[in-house]
Design a protein around this ligand. Structure first.
Ligand SMILES: Nc1nc2c(c(=O)[nH]1)N[C@H]1C(S)=C(S)[C@@H](COP(=O)(O)OP(=O)(O)OC[C@H]3O[C@@H](n4cnc5c(=O)[nH]c(N)nc54)[C@H](O)[C@@H]3O)O[C@H]1N2
Ligand SMILES: Nc1nc2c(c(=O)[nH]1)N[C@H]1C(S)=C(S)[C@@H](COP(=O)(O)OP(=O)(O)OC[C@H]3O[C@@H](n4cnc5c(=O)[nH]c(N)nc54)[C@H](O)[C@@H]3O)O[C@H]1N2
Ligand code: SF4
Ligand SMILES: [Mo]
Length: 729
């Protein structure tokens, strides 16, 4: 392949010693000398080891990727990458990668087929299902990123399919919903300029986005007071001013009491409340019963600590914030997570920190162009009833268009939902209740998985379509808002390692043509990227040389001019819409489904990310699995006092007994976890025989122990609604 656009770096190498040892005809020193003399090509790309897709520079030596470094002009990486990024390179050369289309011929048995056969058979079966049962029997689920969303949704819409889903129902659906219906969206936290930051179940050192971590580091080094509320002392809590352990699932009580305390003491921002908000009176009236003592009883957070948090937030407003979080605490964990998120949003409203320095900022997005619609017809988003009940009045009217894949599996078992296309996503392993997800997925008449690895979901699919890896394809340009906004694209760094793999856009176009909807794809990826790039004074060819660039974007609108993206265009302490669909108009206390009290010998089971793994995606990467082994992280955390009482020692094997299942784990005895809580790092406990490296790691996955549930408001998956018993083996 010609890589003319890449800057060549010549390295004059030295041979390490003159001795040349010959090994079965292979001369290491000759090879080493050649390798050191070889040109190094540098190409811009995007990391793909997690959804952040940080800008990176890939270095290619002897035709092989040698290393990656952070791209300085990318909004997230800002010159830095995390450990996972280096691990992700192993995917490219993994001999166990899916190398050609596979068709299921028995339980866990597949036969390789040609692309023509795969695309023909899939198209015929899909056409039959749509003709027989209508497009509402079909759905799409994916990890929501540019190319997957653009090509996947366009394909589905062209077929009349409205049920397009993402993984967010297992991630941040509750957070997104609570913030959407109060402040109109999820802003970014201006952490480094803040005087006081309250982080509730947010671990920037485990759930990494490099740009955010950079801001947190600046805050830690600066004058910001950081308080972390987490049932365990997470990676940031170790560096923060204070760690506040809490009983899992009770954050709502603490947040309501802080808010009430702020109102009672007159520490809230009256101007904001009067000029930018609706429903303050109803809200204040509804939460006035929630005292710090009441919250202490429920949450184990001392009343005095709650008073201190209220005072710190009030005194430092508007340069203070309660972090909008992500997947922890109020992402998709408990029955009350939707309301916890709304309460956190309202607490930020109380201190009037929106679009204020050191507060929560709605950044404007970089401008991007679009294809000329007169030349390239756009399929309408179908108005058909969604199979997952999103937007349906007697199902999940307030759930977002991220969809409910776990609920779809219930419909699949009932025979009312028949076909699912999955890309870059492993829902069978990542949603609670493996049996529920697996049985649902197996019940489908047609399941198609676009993957690079043989995942739990792929193992159950009718067809697996192999994508080429992230270093072997191009993708759509995307724009990232933030303090240093950028636009970026994935460029192709090396030729395909496995000839029979294809990029997602290429596969979708192949299917579209067979299904008679080719007119919606009458452009190339280059055409599309040229159109997106139109607002900028740069050609696509030039852009492919740099991959990412910082762009000018209008500064965040000042609060005086700011219009909230809500029905009233104001901040909504009270939501008419909630009341309309039978939910409380203002936020109040709600218990998690498993309650707040623990019986003798019961534990709350929680989970969370480690900085060196991404969900299940990296589980089988050897050098990342080695970190797990070296540091023995795949253990269940138990509080020392609790362990002593139960006669359990560090490293002991225990049975973890949930209403669904009993599994065995090894214990890590620590003082860094709440006494009524056990914590298991996420991403382990794979069920696919193809993940050899991962299967060497003895661990559980909480999703095996948590029953299938759907939350009332946003429909999220309630990933931590479970109580377990622990017995020494
Ligand atoms: N290394 C790495 N980085 C990632 C990812 C990854 O897989 N690996 N994934 C990315 C994605 S998709 C996401 S969503 C983010 C997630 O980023 P985070 O949401 O920060 O990550 P989590 O570890 O899921 O949860 C954060 C914390 O919530 C705590 N927690 C659990 N239950 C409760 C509770 O009831 N109350 C409170 N207060 N805290 C609780 C956990 O102990 C954990 O420390 O990370 C992103 N970055
Ligand atoms: N127990 C437990 N469960 C959790 C969580 C937890 O902390 N603990 N976290 C939850 C959260 S926050 C989230 S966001 C979800 C995440 O759930 P998922 O979105 O399912 O995340 P991954 O496991 O990272 O799955 C991504 C898949 O994409 C594949 N892949 C990688 N690169 C490519 C590519 O280039 N093309 C294609 N086609 N495929 C590719 C990987 O092999 C992997 O199987 O999980 C949730 N579930
Ligand atoms: S946070 Fe790490 S793994 Fe995720 S895209 Fe950035 S460098 Fe890659
Ligand atoms: Mo997530």
């Amino acid at each position: 392949m010609k890589l003319t656009r890449r800057k060549l770096i010549k390295k004059s190498g030295q041979i390490a010693g003159a001795l040349a040892l010959s090994l079965k005809g292979f001369n290491f020193f000759d090879w080493s000398a050649d390798a050191q003399e070889a040109d190094i090509e540098k190409a811009p790309t995007l990391c793909n080891t997690c959804g952040s897709q940080c800008g990176a520079w890939a270095y290619v030596k002897n035709g092989r990727i040698w290393k990656v470094e952070g791209h300085e002009d990318h909004a997230w990486s800002m010159g830095k990458l995390c450990a996972r990024s280096h691990g992700g390179l192993r995917w490219v050369y993994d001999p166990d990668r899916i190398k050609q289309p596979l068709k299921r011929v028995g339980e866990g048995e597949f036969e390789p087929i040609s692309w023509d056969q795969a695309l023909n058979e899939i198209s015929e079966k899909l056409e039959h299902i749509i003709n027989e049962y209508g497009p509402q029997a079909v759905g799409y689920g994916h990890y929501p990123r540019s190319t997957g969303t653009f090509y996947g949704n366009r394909f589905m819409y062209a077929l009349g399919v409205s049920t397009v889903c993402t993984h967010l129902t297992s991630c941040s659906a509750a957070r997104n919903t609570g913030f959407l219906y109060s402040m109109g969206g999820v802003p970014q936290a201006d952490i480094s300029k803040s005087k006081y930051v309250l982080m509730i179940g947010r671990n920037h050192g485990g759930g990494i986005k490099t740009g955010y971590m950079k801001k947190v580091s600046e805050a830690i080094a600066g004058d910001t007071k950081i308080v972390c509320v987490d049932p365990r002392q997470n990676d940031i809590a170790k560096l923060a001013d204070k760690w506040v352990p809490i009983m899992p699932g009770t954050d709502l009580a603490m947040v309501l009491a802080i808010s009430n305390e702020i109102i009672q003491n007159g520490w809230y921002d009256e101007k904001f409340v009067n000029e930018h908000a609706v429903g303050f009176e109803e809200y204040a009236e509804n939460i006035k019963e929630y005292t710090p003592e009441w919250a202490e009883d429920i949450s184990d957070v001392p009343a005095d600590t709650i008073r201190e948090m209220a005072k710190d937030l009030g005194e430092n407003r508007p340069h203070a914030l309660v972090h909008p979080s992500w997947g922890g605490a109020f992402g998709a964990l408990y029955a009350n997570s939707d309301e916890t998120a709304r309460a956190v949003s309202c607490l930020n409203g109380l201190i009037g920190n929106i679009n204020q320095e050191g507060g929560l900022i709605f950044y404007n997005s970089p401008e991007l162009g679009s294809l000329d619609e007169s030349q390239h017809p756009v399929p309408e988003e179908p108005q058909t009833r969604r199979a997952d009940g999103v937007g349906v009045i007697d199902e999940y009217p307030l759930a977002g268009n991220y969809g409910l894949p776990h609920y779809l599996m219930e419909k699949a078992k009932a025979g009312t939902f028949r076909s699912m296309f999955i890309r870059h996503h492993n829902p069978v392993r990542n949603f609670p209740d493996y049996e529920h997800m697996a049985e649902g997925f197996k019940s489908l008449d047609l399941s198609v998985v676009f993957e690079i690895n043989m995942t739990e979901t792929a193992m159950l699919a009718d067809y697996i379509l192999p994508e080429c890896s992230f270093m072997e394809r191009e993708e759509m340009i995307n724009g990232i808002p933030g303090p240093r906004p950028s636009i970026s694209m994935r460029t192709k760094v090396i030729p395909k390692v496995y000839e029979q793999t294809r990029s997602f856009d290429e596969i979708i176009v192949g299917l579209a043509e067979r299904l008679g909807i080719g007119q919606y794809f009458n452009f190339t990826l280059d055409d599309l990227n040229r159109a997106l790039l139109k607002p900028y004074d740069i050609t696509l060819e030039e852009f492919k040389e740099i991959g990412s660039m910082t762009v000018e974007v209008e500064k965040p609108t000042s609060l005086d001019q700011f219009e909230f993206n809500t029905r009233s265009r104001q901040f909504e302490f009270y939501s008419e819409l909630y009341e309309h669909v039978g939910q409380p108009g203002v936020v109040g206390w709600q218990e998690p489904e498993i309650g707040v009290e623990l019986k003798e010998d019961e534990f709350k089971l929680i989970t969370g990310k480690e900085g060196f793994h991404s969900h299940t995606a990296t589980a089988n990467i050897d050098i990342l699995a080695q970190i797990t082994k070296d540091y023995d992280t795949n253990r269940l955390w138990m509080n020392k006092a609790t362990a002593d009482k139960k006669g359990i020692k560090d490293g002991d094997r225990v049975k973890v007994i949930s209403p669904l299942k009993t599994q065995e784990a090894r214990i890590k005895v620590t003082q860094r976890v709440h006494p009524g809580t056990v914590f298991m790092p996420s991403g382990y406990g794979n069920k696919t025989p193809y993940y050899e490296k991962s299967n060497e790691i003895d661990a559980i996955n909480t999703n095996d122990l948590v029953p299938y549930r759907v939350a009332e408001i946003s429909g999220h998956a309630m990933r931590q609604e479970v109580l377990v018993k622990i017995e020494k083996v």
